[in-house]
Design a protein around this ligand. Structure first.
Ligand code: ADP
Ligand code: MG
Length: 861
């Protein structure tokens, strides 16, 4: 018996979670009213059942230079001028009433310029009832016989409905009746429901759940200047003021209920039991609205009116006698019928002063409605999540949950095709077109409480079928009891007529007594039978109970075991959690340590690299230094060797020279001795040996030392001193030994001694000397002026008697170079390499000086 029933709509949270909620676009209908008698030009044309075309009025076209084109607008459906109220109701409002009965919320509003037929469409006129009376009529036609008694359903001031017992409801009814002790004199209303709809036009829903109980509450509010006024609140008259002066109504505030529906706090909700009653209440509110508008100088076209029909329904018990006393089972749905204020702009009405403010506010409300629709559409189409400013006006705030939550929304756009309204109508059309693109979540059916419509009928059918089958199988176990019971019931004698018309009638009463006695007996038997059956059932129940209790103990045992296990699991879980936490902290620590280690290792690596680099550099420097040392050592030993050799050579040369001189002196002494001895023996002195000739100072100095044989023992036959001096014999055909010590510097002088036929040697050797007759030594030394001078010490080569070679120096040629400008010390700066040479030369001079001194000593000896 599970069935799907409607829920307490709308429920916003459920919707927001899911994206695959089914949505329906706002149904936008267009109704074109007939042109008024005074209007001639028609600007609206119905092209098809869903399209209209707007024609700019001729005057406007001429003024605006063809700026206005013919534009078409599409709607869910268009209702032309000939559409009757019934047809409109069938298409637009009837589905909403069906939804209301199915516990789904609905919102229907009329929108348009003042005079376009909004009120006509919503309320209607006598004989042509609008959507409101028709909806009420259909609702009551459908739920009529299933309505709960008054006060069983009771509004709870939080937009919900409470449920109370039949008795409480009865007591409340009595209380109210006693309060209204003076029975209301039925006043003839200005307009009665009967005036609005003919009985033939009544409609009824077929989807009524007969196992439910229903109740209708209506409320009627007006929103004016963004204030909400309750049109059904009891008229307050100031008791102090004698003439029952009119007191302006108090504005109401909006609240949100637990289902996120907005409601007017403290608003009067009147429980109505029939269409007539409901319409009467509506009319009362309408009257009040009119009075307020007149008293407060308001314009009714500038206010929005909201008539709400609230339907409460709750399931009946299995026998259909009582409503289930459970508030959770009460389903409430509502249908709001809204007649909006005229959509025209303020300027059109030329409102002034307070009217201007009102108009501004009205426009503001409708402006907010437009903004809300635009943002909703944008959010839905572009997937944005912009905030919809419902709260900016009371109208939009009140209906927030229809758009935000779920429900069915329909709008009838009323159009007056007259030319004056053209510009406003264009704006209305644009809003209508945009609103059609807004989607509203479709109210969902929800399964509730396993109760289905028609369940009592089905239950009965099930029972009948069961007993039929049991009978077919030979009757039930306690079939005897029920059969006996049935027999007893059937044997109950019918009550005879007990009306006493004749005082002498003595038959009727005894007959009645007899029948009653009979019935009493049967009743006793039935009681016994019932007691018997009850005992049987009791016994069975006890048995069942004991079975259940044993099962219970078993279940209990299991339960306690389960509990223990659960405890253990819980403990383990906490332990696991603790360990997990610990491991997490440890992991964290490890992480930190690893990172630190990495950092240190990186540092270490970079330092090692640096160290290696420095070591390499050091090594390089060391090897470089060693190399340098070796080179320097090589240079030093080279130089040392060179100079040692040079010194040796010079000492040798000097020695030779000295020896020569000694020899010459010896010879002279010998000659002198011979002369002396000759003279002493009577001989004459030999002629003076020729003096060394003085030559004019030239660049090239020629000194001619005396020549002697290398061997001191050799006695020349001719005096060794040559009588004449030849300047140079280098041009001759003699072979020369050109001795050029390795230590000699290459001087870049113009005059260079060139000796042809010369064997060039760096150290004199016997072999070279044996081949030549002439010997020349190129001796370099530092002159007194610091310049280097080269002396060519020339000599003749003789063969000694022992087979050796001896040189007799004969001539010295000096080659000297002078720098006319540079001072002496510049040499050392120019040629730093010469410094050492100079020093050596100085030491050579000293050496030669010493030698000379030795010679002198020898000479003196
Ligand atoms: P609104 O409420 O939009 O200001 P009303 O409903 O008061 O406009 O309509 C203004 C006038 O036009 C009323 O006299 C009404 O009877 C008439 N009217 C509006 N619509 C229709 C219609 N469809 N058929 C006939 N008369 C209409
Ligand atoms: Mg109106």
């Amino acid at each position: 018996f599970l069935c799907y029933r409607k829920g307490k709509t709308p429920r916003r949270p459920a919707l927001k979670k899911t994206n695959n909620v089914e949505k329906d676009p706002v149904g936008v209908y267009c109704r074109i009213r007939p042109l008024g008698a005074e209007d001639e030009e028609c600007c609206v044309e119905m092209i098809s059942s869903s399209t209209i075309q707007l024609h700019a009025p001729d005057g406007l076209k001429a003024n605006r230079n063809g700026e206005y084109k013919e534009t078409q607008y599409s709607f869910t459906k268009v209702f032309g001028i000939n559409t009757g109220q019934m047809e409109l109701f069938e298409d637009v409002a009837r589905p909403l009433v069906e939804d209301l009965i199915q516990c789904k919320n609905g919102l229907l509003f009329t929108y348009g310029v003042t005079g376009s037929g909004k009120t006509y469409t919503m309320t209607g006129s006598p004989g042509e009832g609008g959507l409101l009376p028709r909806s009420l009529d259909m609702l009551f036609n459908s739920i009529g016989p299933f309505q709960a008694k008054r006060f069983v359903f009771k509004p709870d001031d939080k937009n919900g409905i409470d449920i109370q017992s039949q008795v409480d409801a009865l007591l409340e009814r009595q209380k109210r009746d006693s309060q209204q002790s003076v029975p209301k004199t039925p006043q003839k209303a200005d307009l009665e429901f009967a005036d609005m709809i003919t009985p033939e036009e009544s409609r009824k829903s077929k989807n009524i759940d007969e196992d439910c109980s229903y109740s209708v509450f209506v409320s009627y509010v007006e929103i004016y200047n963004n204030y909400i006024y309750d049109l059904l609140e009891d008229a307050q008259f100031d008791s102090v003021r004698p003439n029952k002066e009119f007191i302006p109504p108090q504005s109401r505030i909006l609240r949100e209920d637990q289902n996120h529906n907005m409601y007017v706090a403290g608003c009067t909700e009147v429980e109505v039991k029939s269409t007539e009653e409901a319409f009467e209440v509506f009319w009362k509110g309408q009257k009040k609205r009119r009075i307020a508008n007149t008293q407060l100088n308001r314009e009714s076209s500038r206010s929005h009116s909201v008539f709400t029909v609230k339907l409460a329904q709750a399931p009946l018990d299995a026998d259909g006698d009582y409503i289930l006393q459970d508030k959770n089972q009460v389903n409430v749905s509502q249908l709001c019928l809204v007649d909006l204020a005229g959509s025209e702009r303020t300027s059109r009405t030329r409102a002034e002063g307070s009217r201007l403010r009102e108009a501004g506010n009205i426009n503001q409300s409708l402006m907010t409605l437009r903004t809300c629709m635009e943002i909703l559409r944008e959010n839905q189409m572009c997937g944005t999540n912009k905030m919809v400013p419902y709260r900016d006006s009371k109208v939009t705030h009140l209906f927030k949950n229809y758009f935000d939550g779920e429900g069915k929304v329909k709008m009838i756009v009323c159009v007056n095709p007259k030319a004056d309204d053209y510009e406003e109508t264009v704006l209305v059309m644009r809003f209508a077109e945009m609103t059609q693109e807004v989607e509203v979540a479709r109210p969902v059916d929800r399964p509730i409480y396993h109760l289905a419509a028609g369940r009592r009928h089905r239950n009965q059918a099930f029972k009948d079928e069961l007993s039929r089958r049991l009978e077919e199988r030979g009757g039930p176990v306690n079939g005897g009891d029920s059969a006996l019971m049935n027999q007893l019931i059937e044997s109950l004698p019918a009550l005879p007529p007990c009306e006493l018309v004749d005082p002498t009638d003595d038959q009727t009463l005894p007959r009645l007594i007899e029948v009653l006695e009979q019935r009493h007996r049967i009743r006793q038997m039935m009681t016994e039978q019932v007691t018997h059956t009850a005992n049987k059932v009791k016994f069975m129940l006890q048995q069942f109970d004991s079975q259940m209790s044993s099962k219970d103990t078993f279940v209990h045992d299991q339960q306690s075991k389960l509990n223990e296990k659960e405890k253990v699991i819980l403990n383990q879980k906490t332990e696991i959690e603790r360990l997990e936490k610990k491991s997490k902290t440890l992991e964290y620590k490890i992480d930190i340590l690893q990172k630190t280690t990495e950092m240190y290792e990186q540092d270490k690596r970079s330092l090692q690299q640096e160290l290696e680099g420095q070591e390499q550099m050091l090594q390089k420097e060391l090897s470089e230094r060693r190399r340098m040392e070796q080179r320097m050592q090589g240079v030093v030993t080279d130089t040392k060797l060179k100079w040692e050799k040079e010194c040796e050579r010079r000492v040798n040369a000097k020695q030779l020279e000295m020896q020569n001189k000694l020899w010459v002196k010896d010879e002279k002494l010998k000659q002198l001795k011979a002369i002396v001895t000759e003279n002493s023996s009577g001989g004459s002195f030999p002629p003076e040996p020729p003096k060394k000739p003085e030559r004019p100072s030239r660049e090239r100095d020629h000194t001619m030392p005396q020549k002697r044989s290398a061997s001191p023992t050799a006695l020349p036959t001719v005096p060794p001193v040559r009588p004449t001096h030849r300047r140079s014999r280098s041009a001759g055909g003699e072979k020369w030994v050109d001795h050029k010590p390795a230590s000699n510097l290459e001087l870049d002088t113009v005059m260079q001694p060139i000796i042809p036929n010369a064997i060039k040697v760096s150290t004199p050797n016997e072999k070279a000397l044996s081949k030549c007759h002439k010997y020349v030594l190129r001796h370099q030394e530092l002159a007194s002026d610091g310049e280097i001078e080269t002396k060519l010490i020339k000599g003749d080569v003789f063969k000694t008697r022992g087979g050796g070679q001896a040189v007799q120096f004969t001539d010295i040629e000096t080659l000297k170079q002078e720098c006319p400008t540079a001072p002496r010390y510049n040499i050392s700066l120019k040629y730093p390499g010469l410094i050492m040479l100079l020093r050596c030369s100085v030491s050579l001079q000293m050496y030669f000086g010493v030698l000379f001194m030795i010679n002198k000593i020898e000479d003196s000896i």
